[in-house]
Ligand binder design. Structure first.
Ligand code: SF4
Length: 386
């Protein structure tokens, strides 16, 4: 079946331009323009596999409705193509989880589903096509072990992100399991301060109540913590947050006792790490006028690539070539905007320098297919020629 869909996948997502750029030492030149492509970009192994499984499922169950619980990955083009293949999204208006029945085929996305949703689908007799990425499963394994051993999982992630919700639900598999989700260093610092000195319990719950397990009590549930993260967060920030908690536990319990109160495992996904490392290398190697980062506006790993770039050069996070709609105007997602404003776009005029010899860096998030990257390069080539 894998061979049967290989042609369809290549037709949908392959780009000969991208192949050419790779073969040319990740460089594209046209007129006054040079584009340097990061050496790791675009579809990761987990996304490749999830999309492949979805196409295979469509073929394996012909004439039968095939559902997805929601977006398979955070890229609108990929999701729309799956809709065009006839796959129905349970998150779309008019769809109804309760109407699912025996034998209905349901694809689970790369970032997994919550323990509750899984139980519900199994209970309704659905045939499941599970595309949950192995790197996500690795995080779950650690979170379950924390719960089993009475440790609260502190998850560096986004409260509303599907993967983080699924990971947090794993912490509740054991009666003493708890979780607390922290978004960034600032939130981690608040928790670490509480850990060291205690504080206003109600204020803590006001701030973190929606990001913690039901009945969470900071005075009880921060006594033993284990760190985990959403696989697509900024690697440096995840590591820093882990160290912040280690230091706080050491301050509270002393060097010897701290080991019994704190655990951490490396749960950063290698694909995320490679893309972040590659873009840092790109920024180090070349003197760039600007960076373009391509990916869905709700794609966590793409947003983090853009954050890295924006610290060094003017950076535009674009969804697709349509954002480069004119040589003097680009539509883009504001860097660092909260996920709640996923669809907000800014428009910047005169984004492309008029000088001779414009050098642009380019990368794409783990859910961005090569055909979109190739179309962006083509559009840049047209601007350079004009
Ligand atoms: S970004 Fe990492 S965890 Fe997410 S699907 Fe890709 S490989 Fe898996």
């Amino acid at each position: 079946m894998k061979e049967a869909v290989a042609g369809e996948l290549a037709a949908a997502y392959h780009s000969s331009i991208v192949d050419g750029v790779r073969a040319n030492d990740f460089r594209y030149e046209s007129g006054r323009l040079t584009v340097h492509l990061a050496r790791e970009f675009g579809f990761c192994y987990g996304v490749d596999r999830a999309v492949d499984y979805a196409y295979q499922a469509r073929r394996r169950f012909p004439g039968q409705p095939v559902f997805l619980t929601g977006e398979i990955i955070h890229n609108p083009h990929v999701n729309d193509r799956l809709r065009a293949e006839g796959i129905r999204f349970l998150s779309d208006p008019g769809e109804d989880w309760d109407a699912l029945g025996n034998g209905d085929v349901v694809i689970l996305p790369a970032f997994g589903v919550t323990v509750g949703d899984m139980a519900r689908l199994v209970g309704q007799g659905c045939t499941l096509v599970d595309t949950t990425c192995g790197s996500v499963l690795n995080v779950w394994k650690n979170v379950v072990r924390y719960a089993q051993d009475g440790f609260t999982s502190v998850i560096h992630g986004k409260v509303r992100h599907e993967e983080t919700r699924a990971t947090a639900s794993q912490a509740l598999k054991y009666p003493n399991g708890h979780y607390l989700i922290v978004l960034d260093r600032e939130e981690a610092q608040i928790v670490c301060d509480y850990l060291r000195r205690g504080g206003d319990r109600m204020a803590f719950l006001d701030r973190f109540g929606g990001a913690a397990s039901p009945g969470f009590d900071p005075d009880r549930d921060l006594a033993r913590v284990g760190c985990a993260n959403q696989t697509t967060m900024l690697m440096t920030e995840s590591l820093e947050i882990g160290e912040m908690f280690r230091a706080a536990m050491t301050d509270r319990y002393g060097d010897v006792e701290a080991a019994a109160h704190f655990r951490a495992f490396d749960t950063i996904c290698s694909a995320t790490q490679e893309r972040q490392d590659a873009v840092i290398a790109l920024l180090d190697e070349h003197s760039l006028d600007l960076m373009l980062v391509i990916g869905g506006y709700n794609s966590s790993n793409t947003c983090n690539l853009a954050r890295i770039c924006a610290e060094r050069v003017p950076t535009y996070h674009i969804a697709d070539p349509g954002c480069l709609h004119a040589r003097n105007e680009v539509r883009h997602r504001p860097i660092g905007a909260p996920s709640t404003t996923a669809s907000r776009e800014d428009v910047t005029r005169d984004w492309l320098p008029r000088s001779d010899g414009v050098v642009i860096g380019l990368t794409a998030g783990a859910s961005t297919p090569n055909n979109i990257v190739g179309e962006v390069i083509e559009q840049l080539g047209r601007f350079a020629a004009g």
